[in-house]
Design a protein around this ligand. Structure first.
Ligand code: DLL
Length: 432
């Protein structure tokens, strides 16, 4: 079902016309209401009148997470505090929190975008949906909640923290959809499997995001739970979940371009990249009132396709994320993304996507150990079987990342499960 055909199926010309109109308004608004942008534009010698449409986008300054930190807490807000009705914040691992603010209209648009995403996943007003992202300052819980309510579904606001209660309610209420991180959904699947409860649930769809995951992991979730799983993307600075989501064809995530204008840039030169090339995703918000952002550098690496999707949507599609440029590890000079390990393990079979990379430094040389959970049956086999599997995983991973790693097989369910964003790396080099 297409929830909003008028906005999702317009021609490229119509979309660009709408984006241009909205960009001009946004630039005008930030120039007059946000000192940070006025100064940045003055330094570049541009005035709002110089921006006539999206073709002028490259003239505008970039915004980074550090700019939000430097203006902490409310320095980039474009409306008086009395018009802000909600705050969210992301803590990040370093530095101060970044605080984001929403006007009532911002919340309405957010709810609409998440409703569009859930509708792409087949969720309707007849569904019962458990929201199992964390509620609170993180945008996942309240963001998914607002969208599901907007759609008219019956929302069960689980948050994270009590998987047993979640699975019990899933059975008792006949829950048909769930929104949570993909790693948490895998854990939920394990708990259901262990209790023999998979036949007793009515789940049909999952809307998962907030962390990178591979196509194979998506398929594994679908097979384990007999559901359709969808990939929802977003980031708190730009809005929260619901900036983009994939449809039933899973050929990339449709960006809600009428609200968020995407670009791909080369993260080193900051030059825009040619259509279809992989680089850093950058967003300019087109309708936000509370915290409008010009050319926000997400650090997420992807590419954009503009051809029409089989589902009928004409919205630009971003490809599944490879990772964040700041998730990339440099080990012995080689660039490694944790998602490469997950992809290799799942392709091989016999393993789960649960792994932990432990990076250390001995005698000035980087070391990499990868702990991999393997299926129970391998531990009941002869020791030789385990040794063979260790070797095989070593080869597969070396092929994938171009580096030899020490492989340590661990029994099922030994690695800690996360209910929020999964942690796959312990970098002891940073602790020096
Ligand atoms: O994670 C918002 C969100 C909540 C999205 C629930 C989807 C579902 P932040 O905490 O600000 O916001 O983190 C944003 O998470 O820049 C990506 O690196 C990563 N991320 C989010 N969704 C995906 C996804 C929320 N589907 C950061 N695939 C982003 C890969 C994702 N990475």
């Amino acid at each position: 079902m297409i929830w909003n055909e008028a906005k999702e199926c317009m021609s490229r010309d119509e979309m660009e016309h709408l984006q241009s109109k909205r960009l001009v308004k946004t630039v005008d608004r930030v120039y007059h209401n946000v000192e940070f942008y006025r100064k940045k534009m003055q330094v570049l010698g541009i005035e709002p009148g110089d921006i006539k449409g999206i073709e002028d986008l490259p003239k505008l300054p970039y915004t980074t997470k550090n700019d939000l930190r430097d203006t902490y807490p409310f320095g980039l807000f474009a409306v008086p505090q009395s018009e802000i009705v909600r705050i969210h914040a992301s803590s990040g691992t370093t530095g101060k929190a970044t605080v984001v603010g929403y006007t009532r209209r911002d919340l309405d648009i957010w709810n609409e975008c998440v409703a569009r995403a859930m509708s792409q996943a087949g969720v309707t007003r007849g569904d019962i949906i458990q929201v199992a992202y964390g509620y609170g300052l993180f945008t996942g819980g309240l963001g998914a909640h607002g969208g599901a309510e907007n759609l008219g579904a019956m929302v069960v606001p689980m948050s994270t923290g009590n998987t047993k209660k979640l699975t019990t309610m899933m059975k008792d209420f006949g829950v048909t959809a769930i929104a949570c991180t993909p790693s948490y959904l895998l854990h939920i699947a394990e708990v259901l499997e262990e209790a023999g409860d998979i036949p007793n649930i009515k789940l049909k769809a999952a809307v998962c995001g907030a962390e990178p995951w591979t196509e194979n992991m998506r398929k594994q979730i679908e097979e384990k739970l007999h559901i359709n799983a969808f990939d929802i993307y977003g980031l708190s600075e730009v809005m929260g979940p619901g900036v983009a989501c994939d449809c039933q064809y899973h050929k990339g995530l449709h960006v809600y371009e009428d609200h968020f204008l995407p670009e791909i840039i080369n993260p080193d030169t900051l030059e825009p990249m040619a259509k279809g090339e992989t680089g850093e995703l950058v967003f300019t918000t087109l309708t936000k009132e509370g915290l409008p952002l010009l050319r926000y550098r997400t650090k997420d690496l992807t590419s954009i396709a503009y051809d029409k999707c089989e589902c009928g949507r004409t919205l630009a599609r971003i490809s599944r994320f490879k990772g964040r440029s700041d998730d990339m590890l440099i080990i012995r000079g080689v660039n490694v993304f944790p998602s490469q390990i997950e992809a290799a393990l799942l392709e091989m079979g016999g393993t789960t996507p649960h792994y932990m990379m432990i990076v250390d430094r001995k005698n000035n040389l980087d070391t990499l150990e990868i702990q991999v959970e393997v299926e129970e049956r391998f531990f009941s086999d002869e020791i030789r079987e385990l040794e063979n599997l260790t070797k095989k995983i070593g080869h597969v991973i070396q092929n994938a990342i171009g580096l030899a790693a020490k492989i340590k097989l661990v029994e099922p369910k030994t690695l800690e499960r996360s209910m929020g964003k999964a942690v796959h790396v312990i970098d002891k080099r940073k602790l020096d």
